[in-house]
Design a protein around this ligand. Structure first.
Ligand SMILES: [Zn+2]
Length: 293
């Protein structure tokens, strides 16, 4: 099979840190292989809770600016040079967790008009012309308003870009197969006494967990595990990576497995040839014109 000569991957995320948790190994792999990797982050996450005591004075715009620095450092760890804030830094505010009054702030991303925000993303799609877009599912993976909105905006922008001249050949959602999550949490229980976290999260705390049969694609990022852990560690206000780099916790201090194989569900476009799950997001794409409307 002829490999696509000029591979371009676009990932749409809600906050700085989501990209490294979900796709760190995938991005490091494709960047190392010479593909163009573009990350669009929709908000600066300035309502996030801060883990390190010495940084807890950061809030609002100061936290947003700090998190942009963390994103910049994470991208350097992954070898990704093209990362952008949707509409520029600060255009869309962090909406906070579902149900909080933060969600009502007219400047927050949750309150943005989907078509308007999608229209901000369309020029990026037309410029990059990605063959692959990675987004969240319609629940945002786990129900956070900014993640739900990032899904809506990404999918709408893909539609609008098609009308404007670039049809994205393949769209994926971030996923974790339930059996993999369950096995990882079972192992985690036995290792918990050695971890710097008192308690474990649960399978249902992991975004995007679905029955195994929904998984279409597995990216083995074992070779990039160190880069992924380093990128996650760069988001120090949000993530604590345990020694050994096999577990991490968010500000709730609940231990979670750090997955170095990353999983996807193809929701638009045709899967590549072959039996079993795809092992390449670009599988089946052969010519540069595959995305032309
Ligand atoms: Zn997030």
């Amino acid at each position: 099979m002829t490999e696509l000569p000029d591979r371009r991957l676009l990932l749409v995320h809600a906050h700085p840190d989501d990209e490294s948790i979900n796709n760190g190994a995938t991005m490091a792999r494709y960047a190392a292989e010479g593909a163009r990797v573009t990350v669009v982050t929709c908000t600066l996450g300035e309502r996030g809770e801060v883990i390190p005591a010495e940084l807890r004075h950061l809030a609002g715009a100061a936290l947003g600016a700090h998190r942009l620095g963390e994103l910049t450092a994470a991208m350097a760890e992954l070898g990704v040079t093209d990362f952008r804030l949707l509409g520029g830094a600060g255009r869309y505010g962090d909406s906070g967790m579902m149900g909080l009054p933060d969600n009502d702030d007219p400047a927050c991303f949750w309150q943005a008009d989907v078509d308007e925000a999608a229209a901000v993303l369309v020029p990026v799609i037309l410029e990059v012309r990605p063959q692959v877009v990675v987004a969240y599912d319609d629940n945002g993976g786990y129900g956070h308003p900014d993640h739900i909105q990032a899904h809506r905006v990404a999918l709408r922008a893909v539609e609008l870009a098609a009308e404007a001249g670039w049809t994205v050949p393949k769209v994926y959602f971030n996923r974790v197969p339930r059996s993999v999550a369950e096995a990882a949490f079972a192992r985690l229980q036995s290792e918990l006494p050695g971890l710097p976290f008192a308690k474990s999260a649960a399978v249902d705390d992991v975004p995007g967990v679905v029955p195994d049969e929904r998984i279409t694609t597995e990216i083995d990022g074992t070779a990039y595990a160190t880069a992924k852990a380093a990128a996650m560690r760069a988001h120090a206000t949000q993530i604590e990576v345990a020694p050994g780099e096999r577990h991490f916790a968010l500000s709730n201090e609940l231990a979670q497995p750090l997955f170095t194989t990353e999983y996807y569900e193809l929701v638009r476009g045709d899967a590549g040839d072959g039996d079993g799950p795809e092992t390449d997001l670009f599988a089946g794409l052969r010519t540069e014109t595959d995305g032309v409307a």
